[in-house]
Design a protein around this ligand. Structure first.
Ligand code: PEP
Ligand code: CO
Length: 454
């Protein structure tokens, strides 16, 4: 359904106050890069975007579950075979754990193929008395600490678009081919995973799925052929508005406008102002939209924002990504859920247990405690049960790489271990074991929800 709101154009956000944008020293070079970007082909199609929207609507009714996960910030240098495959394998493995636990369809969405622009709490960074422009993600500048690294470079917009296209191309080929074939679960195994309770639990689950599949095929007398193909959608924070605008298009035989750089853009917590430029941009596009909701979001403000973004109350259009942190969730989530219920606006509720639970160690390393992440997930499930609402998805920062960025989990990563394999340039991610532990926990929650219903 096209929204086509009054007085909106893909560039009308430029009349509003815009936060979190780089200042490019060379405006002509910027315009040149944006013109090139606007001519390049779309990365996704309106059919896929509409299909995702209807799957998110199903999740809001409790008929499916959204698994949205990936890097905090993708890096242009990590656009390689191993990183893409590893992250996809974890996403696949987690989704099978969730399907098995919840006995419902899992909608897989990567924070991938465009998650290159990052909101920052300060415009500058100071090290040893030297102050430079802050690193804003690989599509804007570089993470090294020199003046030339930190200078916003418009060419990076094109490099980001190209890396997104390469990443998506590889994901599509893998998913459209034999990679996701349930007859060959060995395709998703990761070589560094040794024998642990978790991997035994996972292997048992896989054997039981393949046995069931074989049994059904014998009964049917034919193979399940479509099990080889699987959907993976893309998402990123719609932060760099010039980049988003350049890929915002009309399509034949549909009304309205689509952001063709991703299926599912979201509004970050720092750019949520109803009168600000980001909301102005988002109110005109027809993609499903995520909104990060944190402790400072007032219920009336959120309801007004949802009405601005989705005046027709279209199902699947708005996903709330709740991220309060363990210390605030019990107080904040119920008030928000009450306001949403009273207002009658339809949304999908999901849980981001990462962004409200970040802290710095005494040594100044940004990390998250696995126990607190688990606790927020459990709290959010509990609060939804109490309120009679549905928690229909999870939003995680994780990687298939064997990193040590979050403390805790079965591998018992401690503060001193953080330096061993800390690779994120921005937020700390769950590693493989931690991500799988989260998947099994959610599967248990979904299983117990099923028992409540039946
Ligand atoms: C993020 O998802 O990486 C992020 C910055 O989140 P938030 O806007 O919720 O802080
Ligand atoms: Co993050």
């Amino acid at each position: 359904m096209a929204t086509n709101p009054d007085n909106w154009t893909p560039g009308s956000w430029q009349q509003k106050v815009v936060l979190q944008q780089p200042t490019y020293p060379d405006k002509e070079q910027l315009q040149d890069a944006l013109q090139k970007l606007a001519k390049l082909p779309p990365l996704v199609t309106s059919w896929e975007i509409e299909s995702l929207k209807s799957q998110l609507a199903a999740a809001s009714r409790g008929e499916a579950f959204l698994l949205q996960a990936g890097d905090c910030s993708e890096s242009l240098d990590d656009c390689d075979n191993d990183s893409i495959v590893r992250n996809l394998k974890v996403l696949m493995q987690m989704s099978f754990v969730l399907i098995y636990g919840g006995m419902k369809k899992v909608v897989r969405v990567g924070r991938v193929a465009g998650q290159y622009a990052k909101p920052r709490s300060s415009d500058t960074e100071t090290r040893d008395g030297v102050t430079l422009e802050v690193y804003r993600g690989d599509i804007v500048n570089r993470s090294g600490f020199t003046e030339s690294d930190r200078k916003p470079d418009p060419e990076l917009l094109l490099r980001g678009y190209e890396r997104a296209a390469l990443t998506l191309n590889f994901i599509r080929s893998l998913c459209g081919g034999g990679f996701a074939d349930l007859h060959h679960p060995e395709n998703w195994s990761l070589d560094f995973v040794g024998d642990s309770d978790l991997s035994t639990k996972y292997q048992k689950m896989v054997s039981s799925i393949t046995d069931a599949l074989q049994f059904m095929e014998v009964v049917r007398g034919a193979e399940f052929r479509n099990s080889g193909s699987v959907d993976v959608f893309t998402s990123h924070e719609g932060l760099h508005l010039s980049y988003e605008q350049a890929q915002t298009r009309r399509v034949p035989r549909r009304e309205g406008w689509y952001n063709m750089s991703t299926h599912f853009p979201w509004i970050g917590y720092r750019t949520r102002d109803t009168n600000g430029a980001h909301v102005e941009y988002f109110r005109g596009i027809d993609n499903p939209i995520g909104i990060k909701v944190g402790p400072k979001f007032e219920p009336e403000e959120l309801v007004a924002l949802i009405r601005t973004l989705n005046p027709a109350n279209e199902a699947g259009k708005v996903t709330l990504i709740h991220r309060y942190g363990v210390d605030e969730v019990v107080e904040r989530l119920p008030v928000i859920l009450d306001a949403i219920q009273e207002s009658g606006v339809g949304v999908l509720h999901t849980c981001d247990p990462m962004h409200g639970n970040t802290f710095s160690t005494n040594a100044g390393i940004k990390t998250r405690s696995f126990d607190r992440i688990i606790e927020e997930i459990q709290q959010q499930f509990r609060i939804h049960r109490q309120q009679g609402t549905i928690l229909g998805g999870i939003h995680l920062e994780m990687t298939g790489d064997n990193v040590t960025e979050c403390i805790g989990g079965q591998g018992q990563i401690g503060e001193p271990d953080l330096v061993k394999a800390y690779k994120s340039a921005v937020d700390p991610r769950l590693n493989y074991d931690q991500a799988m532990e989260v998947a099994f926990l959610i599967a248990d929650q979904l299983k117990s929800d099923q028992n409540v219903v039946t």
